[in-house]
Design a protein around this ligand. Structure first.
Ligand code: ADP
Length: 454
């Protein structure tokens, strides 16, 4: 029940009914008082008209009288029909005569001209008093016209009854309509909630698949579906990565275990132990390399790079990396050259950028046979800095190219790499808001291109 009271559906309906109630109440009160004012004005207006008519029927006698019975009769019928009573009243002698229902009026004389509301024997009268002017100023006679306000109050009572019954009835209907509308509008939200609550690490393939109009809820459903898609990809990548990492770690560990078991099977010569230990050392180095690379990737994923950015002189950095690789290239009899223009400074992380170019150059030298050539070429292109690492090595066949930057992917077995160098390179370039691309022809060579903003 509490949950229901807290629901948007309930609050929406409540606000809707509340606002409608306030509006209806305001409108009803305005209508009531406006009508009341109008009705009173109408009565006052007809009283004034009656006074004007009656003054024309007065004889200039002392005390004054209404004119002959024939004319007066016509006035009498008209006044009776419109419910107006009319009388002449003297301050000293009381009522001198009148028309209509004047005998029921209270004996009251106003001291000044104007309107007044009087109650007499249960009836409410609106009375207009007008002093009649004579040559003889001693005579003080007033002409009074009055109309019962019973009809006016009956009309106002009827309107009040309609309002008292009508407003709550409208509110009840509005509430039912509000519940229905809120229910209709929020139904997709219920569906999204149900689906979202069923999503777990093992059920990331569920989608809302909203088929309604592209309104606010449609956009929300689409955004949630996109988010689920991204989550699913991220989870699957993570899962694959863990499986691959375990596999990669297990291989050298199994080899080490094999070496140890063979060595321990029976006593051996010292030379055999040395052989076994150096094999174990080789595997151990591979393990260390793998673990270091994994740690490096984890650091990149945690985006720690953003925290340490500085201005980097790429020309100098590339020169350093090329010099660092020169010994290895000479050893392999690979010609290593660098054609770097004077490049502008970029904002980045020096350590990571060194790692990026070392990885690419290391691969280029590693996969280029003796007599081959590796060229590092850097220049500015369309407002970007473009660095190419071009080799005349073994090349990569087309089917491997799309997967090359995936973690643990190796195009060629037999080489001692762990398949993380390019994944790390790609992550570093991405962290620098750049782009890493590759083109290669099998048996001819490869070109890795890094593009970063100036
Ligand atoms: P590895 O440690 O195995 O070199 P990388 O991620 O650096 O891992 O490279 C992935 C794969 O891409 C390598 O196994 C290799 O087959 C291929 N590769 C990378 N660079 C080159 C290159 N310059 N020439 C030919 N093949 C390359």
């Amino acid at each position: 029940m509490i949950n229901r009271l807290r629901s948007i559906r309930f609050r929406l309906t409540l606000w809707y009914v509340l606002l409608l109630g306030i509006t209806l109440l305001g409108f009803s009160l305005y209508l009531f008082f406006e009508l009341r004012e109008n009705l009173f004005n109408q009565v006052d207006h007809s009283l004034q008209t009656a006074v004007t008519q009656a003054l024309g029927k007065l004889e200039d006698t002392v005390p004054p009288r209404f004119v002959t019975q024939r004319d007066g009769g016509a006035l009498n019928v008209g006044l009776l029909e419109s419910g107006v009573a009319l009388r002449l009243i003297s301050v000293s002698d009381g009522t001198l005569g009148g028309y209509g229902d004047y005998e029921n009026l209270p004996d009251w004389v106003s001291l000044r001209a104007g309107y007044v509301t009087l109650v007499s024997s249960g009836a409410i009268w609106r009375v207009y008093s007008y002093p009649v002017q004579f040559h003889d100023e001693r005579v003080q006679v007033w002409l009074q016209v009055a109309q019962s306000l019973d009809d006016v109050y009956d009309t106002l009572d009827d309107l009040l009854t309609v309002m008292l019954v009508g407003v709550p009835a409208v509110l009840v209907v509005a509430m039912a309509g509000g519940v229905f509308l809120a229910d209709q509008a929020l139904r997709p939200v219920d569906r999204m909630t149900r689906i979202a609550s069923g999503v777990g690490a093992d059920r990331l393939d569920r989608r809302i698949d909203y088929d309604g109009p592209p309104d606010e809820l449609g956009r929300l459903a689409l955004t949630l579906d996109d988010m689920l898609e991204r989550l699913q990809i991220a989870f699957e990548t993570e899962r694959r990565f863990t499986a691959d990492a375990s596999h990669e770690l297990r291989t050298p560990l199994t080899i080490i275990k094999g070496h140890i078991e063979v060595a321990l099977a029976y006593p051996r010569h010292a030379n055999e132990y040395i052989e076994t230990l150096s094999a174990i050392r080789g595997e151990n180095e591979r393990l260390i390399r793998l673990v270091n690379n994994l740690l490096y990737l984890a650091k990149l994923d945690a985006a720690s790079l953003k925290a340490s950015r500085e201005s980097v002189d790429l020309t100098e950095l590339l020169g350093l990396v090329v010099e660092q690789m020169r010994m290895l290239a000479d050893e392999k009899q690979v010609m290593l050259e660098c054609e770097c223009d004077q490049l502008p400074q970029i904002t980045g992380n020096t350590d990571h950028l060194i790692r990026l170019f070392l990885n690419l150059l290391d691969n280029a030298v590693k996969y280029t046979p003796a007599g081959g050539q590796v060229l590092v070429k850097a220049e500015q292109q369309d407002g970007k800095i473009c660095i190419e690492i071009r080799d005349t090595g073994i090349g990569i066949s087309e089917e491997h190219l799309p997967h090359l930057f995936k973690r643990f992917y190796r195009a060629k077995d037999g080489f001692k790499g762990v398949g993380l160098g390019l994944a790390i390179a790609e992550s570093i370039v991405r962290e620098h808001q750049g782009e890493l691309t590759v083109s290669s022809v099998l048996g001819v060579g490869s070109v890795f291109t890094v593009r970063v903003k100036r």
